[in-house]
Design a protein around this ligand. Structure first.
Ligand code: ADP
Ligand code: MG
Length: 694
């Protein structure tokens, strides 16, 4: 009988399930025996210590064992109460169930025999009481170790409507009898080196641990396996890219440096120089570059992108750069145009606001190869845009795009080099997860003369003082942003509130200054006009929604006031703050907030405490979790069954090392002893549609 079971056996055939419960389990995405095996406890309760009833106190969660004496049903208003009494010699405890009249018969059969119950003890007018306890009977001569819900460390499972904890536990107990079906896929050498327990043992212990000490190693073993599979997939993907034939560019670094020197108005930082050389040497390779460029807000990534573009164009290849917002695309096009004009390199802009004719013309120049550099939003990857010779695809602010969009841009060329840029500092665990197959360059240095932004947290009552501070800065020649409370830009009323705020600031607070307004519902041309005016210094104050959140660069802006700041997430606040502090001027960020929640307060405190994007990102990850920050599928974020990207950071590093080490000796896992492993990697990739560029 048991021999016929496999991990693929449907749950309904597992002892204790049947067709009706199978329906219920499907709501938890549990379809097969294998799924059930990995339906892990969300926590445990230690119910090993028995408490004498005489020593139980109200509020304690206790396990008691005694003889079941009287049982009866009673009606109280529209409730049916089932009451039973448990006597352990030291005292008597009342057990109560609500609206389960059948309990009376069940319990009556056990009268005068031993049962074990677990629950929280309460004081009632009639003495100590336990409501809806978990309980089991202990027939004469039965082994107390055979109990599932008491007298052990008891697993508590995630549930759904239609199944109770005790039933779920029983089903899992029956399932764990098949733990031996789970294949041991970890190579023995890896297991031995890291002291990881065999899979069968890990599964048994994670569900029904023999001791408290057994839980952690069991979990580690399972977490490691997940990370190991992921990193093997990532590593194999990396190798594949390396084997692809790309475009080996002729990189004349002296000549390129000379050109850069001619067009860039400042001295590059050492970090910029370093990453530019990393990128150039990638581009000289006969396989496509696949690189992530990380650098905090304001670290100067744009110029690095420009250096990469220069290398492509110098080889008569086209380059494309895709940005997540029109405002950012326009800004890149202005900057690149200004930079490249002295070299006679043309820049095409492809955004939604173009007229049909303009779009047509831009497309044609790109298709014929006359347009060497294309800048745009996702309009760039829409159908109809063809490149003559795309050699370099750059994605700016990658975290705003999905994996598929990254791939779509790349597919506009034949194996072009790919550079992905992101300003949101990402904790390393996430980098390894989302971008594990990419090489990473980090700009860890800000341009010289930058003063850290000073961040203050103020209450709404202090707003006038804040405005006075803004006025002082403006009098010194600086500009300021005022960010409206988080709004839904599809909601006309909320957009109206932004307009009112701008009117109020213009009429009542800064009548002698020029105040502009920017929000997502404005026509692209209007937006562009406002940004132009702000860039040119014609507007001193820009009231804006979060449309300026990423990438916008107006170095003269030295203050940003964020209304209702506690409604923004940490990453978003850090991005917003990154709009200032982009020059040698001392800049300020003022958070106006009256946070109701602890979380909100914590976020405000973190913001005032540090400017370090990586610290903020790690806090954000801790507070919100990866799913919330990055979404799942769309961004390529796998959802793990066991692993936790915050808690298990260290194991991920180990798994990556082990995975890459293994691939060195068996690059495609083709050795016979790795057959099961290889299959598991494929399944993992399939299950999570893992983030890959191809
Ligand atoms: P981000 O990394 O946020 O994309 P940008 O590329 O927009 O940063 O650069 C921020 C600002 O710093 C821009 O105004 C840019 O001209 C300026 N900048 C970049 N590199 C340097 C440098 N080495 N020295 C001085 N200013 C620089
Ligand atoms: Mg940028």
């Amino acid at each position: 009988m048991a021999a016929r079971y496999t991990l693929e056996t449907e749950v309904q055939y597992v002892k204790g399930v049947g067709t009706k419960l199978a329906q219920v389990l499907s709501k938890l995405n549990l379809y097969t025996l294998g799924d059930l095996l990995f339906h892990l406890p969300r926590r445990y309760e230690d119910r090993r210590q028995f408490r004498k009833i005489a020593h139980a106190r109200a509020g304690d969660a206790v396990t008691v064992s005694g003889k079941l004496v009287t049982v009866d049903n009673m009606k109280v208003r529209n409730l049916t109460l089932t009451k039973a009494y448990l006597d352990d010699g030291s005292g008597v405890l009342e057990l109560v169930w609500y609206n389960q009249p059948y309990m009376k018969d069940t319990l009556n059969k056990l009268r005068n025999s031993q049962i074990v119950a677990y629950g929280v003890v309460k004081e009632s007018p009639y003495g100590l009481q336990m409501e809806t306890p978990e309980w089991e009977d202990l027939p004469d001569g039965a082994d107390p170790d055979s109990l599932l819900s008491v007298n052990r460390i008891v697993p508590i499972y995630p549930l759904t409507e239609g199944i109770r904890q005790k039933r779920m536990r029983q089903i899992l107990w029956n399932t764990v009898q098949y733990a031996h079906l789970a294949p041991e896929i970890l190579p023995r050498s890896v297991r031995e080196r890291l002291g990881l327990m065999p899979i069968q043992h890990a599964l048994q212990q994670i569900h029904f641990p023999d001791s408290e000490q057994a839980i952690d190693p069991a979990r580690q073993r399972l977490v490691f396996e997940e990370f190991f599979l992921m990193q093997l997939g990532v590593g194999m993907q990396r190798q594949r890219t390396r084997q692809e034939r790309g475009i080996a560019l002729r990189i004349d670094a002296d000549r390129l440096n000379e050109m850069l020197h001619r067009i860039v108005p400042f001295e590059l930082t050492n970090a910029q120089k370093r990453v530019i050389h990393e990128i150039w040497s990638d581009m000289a390779q006969p396989h496509p570059m696949n690189r992530l460029l990380q650098g905090d807000v304001g670290s100067g990534k744009t110029i690095v992108a420009a250096a990469a573009i220069l290398a492509a164009v110098d080889n008569q290849y086209q380059a494309a750069i895709m940005a997540p917002t029109e405002i950012l695309a326009e800004q890149h096009s202005i900057n690149l145009h200004r930079l490249f004009q002295p070299l006679g390199i043309s820049v095409e802009l492809l955004v939604g606001r173009l007229s049909n004719k303009q779009r047509q013309q831009a497309r044609e120049r790109i298709a014929t190869g006359r347009g060497m550099v294309a800048v745009g939003t996702h309009a760039l990857i829409q159908e109809g845009v063809e490149f003559a010779r795309l050699g370099l695809a750059i994605v700016d602010e990658q975290h705003r795009f999905g994996v598929l969009q990254r791939a779509a841009l790349r597919d506009k060329g034949v194996m072009p080099h790919v550079l992905v840029m992101t300003a949101t500092p990402i904790p390393r665990t996430l980098t390894l997860t989302l971008y594990g197959e990419l090489d990473v360059s980090i700009i860890d240095e800000l341009p010289p003369g930058r003063k850290p932004v000073r961040t203050h947290w103020k209450t709404p009552e202090e707003r006038l003082k804040v405005y006075a501070g803004v006025r002082k800065l403006v009098e010194q020649g600086r500009q300021a942003y005022v960010i409206c409370p988080l709004i839904d830009e599809s909601n006309k009323l909320q957009v109206r509130a932004a307009e009112q705020m701008a009117e109020h600031l213009q009429n009542d607070v800064f009548p002698d200054l020029r105040v502009g307004l920017l929000h997502g519902r404005m026509k692209p041309a209007e937006k562009e006009a406002v940004m132009d005016a702000f860039r040119a210094g014609e507007l001193q104050i820009l009231v804006s929604t979060t449309v300026i959140e990423v990438g916008v660069d107006v170095p003269n802006a030295a203050a940003i006031v964020i209304e209702d700041a506690d409604r923004f997430g940490l990453a978003q606040l850090h991005q917003l703050r990154g709009r200032v502090g982009r020059s040698e001027h001392q800049s300020y960020c003022v958070l106006i907030a009256n946070p109701k929640s602890d979380d909100g307060q914590r976020r405000m405190e973190i913001m005032t405490r540090t400017n370090n994007g990586f610290l903020i990102a790690e806090e954000d990850l801790r507070i919100r979790g990866p799913g919330e920050i990055y979404g799942t599928r769309q961004s390529g974020m796998p959802s793990f069954r066991v692993a936790d990207l915050v808690k298990d950071m260290r194991l991920l590093e180990v798994a990556r090392q082990e995975a890459f080490h293994l691939l060195e000796s068996d690059p495609d896992l083709s050795r016979p002893e790795h057959a099961a492993l290889r299959e598991a990697v494929e399944r993992f990739r399939h299950r999570f549609a893992i983030a890959t560029v191809s």
